[in-house]
Design a protein around this ligand. Structure first.
Ligand code: FAD
Length: 472
């Protein structure tokens, strides 16, 4: 008899999980299967909404699909403690990371496992198409999304990888008593959650997807730009934690949508799934992208170092209601609508001329759906420094964004109570309210809601000038 180990990471589900399926398929009658989870110090670094959500998913998985066996600390220490308990380990299966911290950690662990003589089986499971699957004719990787997407569409999609649940439960072992608890330092599972997360785990993911495919998906192309509407799938947090796989999302869309209904929404949604793979591929190809501008000429921009300005952006006190509503949505819920992400990222980098890396790191702390590749991709796009980014001279106007995408101020009012009674005429620029109107609306500018912290027109010109100087 040997024990096979499945190392669970950001694939916190039983359904459609390649490594788990392969491990179960290869078990002999006498073998046992142990589910492992490694809590690396990096995973608990600055505990905030992002990590809180992730660990709530770990907790739900442990309770409904586990038990998970936890090991703690740097790679060597953690895996040493594993093999002290599991002395008959034969094979280890996991869905490997192709990018970022996970990739480096996997490389370190692979070396340890090889030394130990363990048979290692790794798979690509997190994207729909792995980084090297979508290539140009000459084998090179794409820089621009449109041709990438054309090629992505042509490729046959990997099928769902269903796990033999009966066999899994026959072989699943519970040796948790032999594993240490990790103490206070590491054990995030006993902490009180930072907020009352309602949407956690595999079951919740499948339910949300079904609700989205029932109707909203057909109007996704139109509704996806309106932050006050519940018009997007909210799949990102589940994809990030692996509570659902991108294959399941893709195939459910294909199978469960009605071909006789509007297809513009369905097609537009599939395109966004490809965007996730695109940014994954870009990050794979440019591991330095988290720290460095991909466009060389835009390296070394003299960013504004004023911390107080940065803090006002973080708190949502810029005096631009659309920007402030978005930041409050992020701070309170760990999620922000895509249209608003683009607007706040543009505002930080162009209107405030603050380094996009600071924004990227703040999102890292707060986003329940944080994916390094998509976040870095999104920030470098907004800062005009990435591949296929917004041109530097096209600066988002925060008031115009507000008027177009939140015409009645519903999103603004949902997140900024001080503006709840401001009439529609002034909702995008409340500082323009005459004194009498301010009193009537119960919103005195400078007391209840701030003046705009910058003059957009001037800041736009300044940003264009700064970028232009780098370019020339
Ligand atoms: P839907 O609109 O329903 O889209 C479906 C899925 O497609 C999403 O769940 C996501 O997996 C993928 N997707 C959609 N848009 C994008 C995109 N632009 N790039 C990559 N994938 C996309 N997305 C993340 O998942 N994690 C991040 O950390 C992240 N950071 C971002 C930072 C900035 C500055 C910007 C502009 C965008 C960022 N995005 C990120 C992309 C996008 O905002 C979110 O994926 C989306 O808002 C998630 O909500 P949803 O699941 O309802 O998306």
């Amino acid at each position: 008899m040997t024990t096979s180990i499945v190392w669970i990471r950001n694939d916190l589900r039983l359904g459609d999980n390649i490594a788990l399926k392969e491990a179960v398929n290869h078990l002999r009658e006498e073998d046992e299967l142990l589910l492992l989870f490694h809590i690396h110090p990096e995973l608990v670094r600055d505990f905030d909404l992002q990590q809180d959500y992730f660990f709530q998913t770990v907790k739900v998985f442990n309770e409904t699909s586990g038990p998970l066996h936890f090991i703690y600390g740097e790679e060597e220490e953690a895996f040493h403690s594993l093999f002290e308990v599991v002395t008959d380990a034969g094979d280890i299966y996991f869905n490997k990371a192709e990018t970022g911290f996970g990739k480096k950690r996997d490389e370190r662990v692979l070396a340890l496992l090889e030394d130990k003589g363990i048979r290692v089986h790794t798979y690509i499971d997190h994207p729909l198409h792995g980084a090297e699957e979508v290539t140009k004719k000459d084998g090179g990787l794409y820089q621009v999304f449109s041709p990438y997407f054309k090629q992505w569409q042509k490729l046959p999609k990997p099928g769902m990888q269903q796990v033999d649940r009966d066999k899994l439960s026959r072989h699943l072992t519970d040796r948790t008593e032999e594993f240490s608890s990790g103490g206070e330092k590491y054990n995030q599972l006993t902490k009180k959650p930072l907020r009352d997360w309602q949407e956690v785990g595999e079951e919740a993911a499948l339910q949300r997807l079904a609700a989205f495919l029932d109707e909203p998906v057909y109007y996704y192309d139109e509704d996806r730009d309106i932050p006050s509407k519940d018009g997007t799938s909210l799949m990102s947090r589940y994809l990030r934690t692996g509570a659902i796989s991108p294959r399941t999302v893709y195939h459910r869309v294909m199978q469960d949508t009605d071909g006789r209904k509007r297809q513009d929404g369905v097609e537009s949604f599939i395109r966004e799934l490809a965007f996730r793979d695109f940014y994954h591929m870009v990050y794979y190809n440019h591991p330095e992208a988290g720290d460095q501008e991909l466009t060389e000429k835009f390296r070394g921009i003299p960013w504004n170092e004023d911390e107080e300005i940065f803090e006002r952006w973080k708190r949502g006190e810029t005096g631009f209601p659309f920007i402030d509503a978005a930041m409050k949505q992020l701070n309170e819920t760990g999620w922000m609508h895509n249209r608003a992400r683009m607007a706040v990222a543009s505002f930080l980098t162009k209107d405030l001329l603050i380094d996009w890396r600071k924004g990227e790191r703040y999102f890292h702390q707060k986003l329940a759906d944080y994916e390094a590749a998509s976040n870095i991709g999104g920030w470098q796009w907004a800062a005009s420094t990435g591949t296929d980014a917004v041109p530097y001279f096209r600066v988002f106007n925060p008031v115009r964004q507000s008027e177009r995408f939140d015409p009645h101020g519903e999103y603004i009012k949902a997140w900024i109570p001080a503006l709840a009674d401001v009439p529609k005429t002034y909702i995008h620029e409340p500082h323009k309210m005459p004194g009498e109107e301010q009193k009537k609306a119960g919103c005195i500018i400078g007391e209840d809601y701030p003046e705009p912290m910058v003059d957009h027109k001037r800041m736009r010109e300044r940003a264009i000038e700064v970028y232009k100087q780098r370019k020339d």
